[in-house]
Design a protein around this ligand. Structure first.
Ligand code: GLY
Ligand code: MN
Length: 357
């Protein structure tokens, strides 16, 4: 069954049709990366209305939906909805803006637009279970990310600023074949490494710093996500202890990550190790999140995850514990794990031994 057929089957009981317009879901269902286009799905038919800029590529690549050149969008939608006798339309409640919903209600007054989360939840669940082609794209994105790590190790020197290193890292990924960035690169040295989502700044690296890079390539519409912390010059005993504790927590999390496990329990395994080592209060974010077309997807390894939420075959979830000592330094280590048919596989290949530059 192709993805549009799956969407037809996932239409909520009370809905006659669904409209998909978010970049991410449009890509998921049509396979086309575009900044525009409306996918209209009924139980027995599907249409993809797309403007002139993308019509050629859409005709060549989109299967499972009739491709139509966009002219007067709302009139085209109205005609198709009427033709199929559709009244109630499900929307992407997690993506559509209030303004866009208002516009639908104004332009298509004969239809009712349902704001129930049913369709949105069903799509997120579908997207959480990656197929072979999605895993191949994530692997490719991660292989670029791993290769860029080897290159950046030669570039990092005292005196280089966070911005310079982030820029070179991004250049390396592009040169190695990335389509773009999976998200804004984090590159944080010294005291800045204690801020989990520090923005790269003008601070030059100094001897004795920890330096954290959290970055990833985008390839074929899919993201990768990796974090490594390296030392600039000889670290202190305390820095070594923090690094070894984070690494032990990360390995514990990965060991715990087997299909069927509760997502909350994976978080707890790594968190307990960090808190038990005396760092309670120094790990203030979740252990991990799913990765796919978006950098942050569901489910995640989190203390607030519903106890019934489990990791399932097909999911790709990060394991990224950290310890952050405010005003001093921080360490985070992040890999992506895939719940494959043959067990859990770590998709990240960069070394996690403490690297001293
Ligand atoms: N890699 C960025 C994040 O996970 O939030
Ligand atoms: Mn992450």
């Amino acid at each position: 069954m192709n993805r549009i057929e799956k969407l037809m089957k996932a239409l909520p009981e009370n809905a006659d049709a669904a409209i998909i317009t978010s970049d991410v879901n449009r890509r998921y269902f049509t396979g086309l990366g575009s900044s525009a286009g409306t996918l209209l799905v009924f139980r027995d038919a599907a249409y993809f209305i797309i403007d002139f800029r993308y019509i050629e590529v859409a005709k060549a690549t989109v299967t499972g939906a009739e491709v139509i050149l966009q002219d007067k969008l709302y009139e085209q939608l109205g005609e198709l909805l009427k033709k199929h006798g559709a009244h109630t339309v499900a929307i992407e409640t997690g993506y559509l803006t209030v303004g866009e919903l208002d516009l639908y209600r104004t332009k298509l007054p004969d239809c009712e637009f349902s704001t129930a989360a049913t369709l949105n939840d069903a799509i997120l669940e579908m997207r959480s279970l990656k197929d072979e082609s999605e895993i191949a794209a994530i692997r490719k994105a991660q292989s670029i990310t791993d290769a860029a790590f080897l290159e950046i190790l030669d570039f990092i020197k005292p005196g280089k600023t966070e911005k310079e290193i982030a820029a070179y890292l991004e250049y390396c990924m592009r040169r190695l074949g990335a389509d773009g960035l999976a998200f804004e690169t984090i590159a944080a040295g010294g005291p800045n490494s204690a801020m989990p989502h520090a923005v790269p700044g003008d601070r030059p690296l100094q001897q004795g710093d920890f330096f954290t890079m959290d970055y990833g390539a985008a390839w074929g519409g899919y993201c990768s996500d990796m974090t490594r912390t390296v030392a600039i010059g000889e670290p202190t005993d305390e820095m070594r202890k923090v690094y070894e504790t984070v690494l032990a927590a990360q390995l514990t999390g990965i060991e715990k990550a087997v299909a069927g496990v509760s997502c909350r329990a994976v978080d707890a395994a790594a968190r307990d190790l960090i808190y038990g080592a005396g760092y309670e209060g120094c790990f203030g974010h979740s252990l991990g999140h799913s990765v796919g077309i978006e950098i942050h997807e569901l489910p995640g390894f989190s203390p607030s995850a519903d106890p019934g939420v489990t990791a399932r075959e097909g999911m790709v979830i990060t394991v990224e514990p950290g310890i952050y000592l405010e005003g001093r330094f921080g360490v985070r280590i992040e890999d992506m794990v895939w719940f494959s048919p043959d067990g859990t596989k770590d998709l990240t290949n960069s070394s996690k031994e403490l690297i001293i530059l």
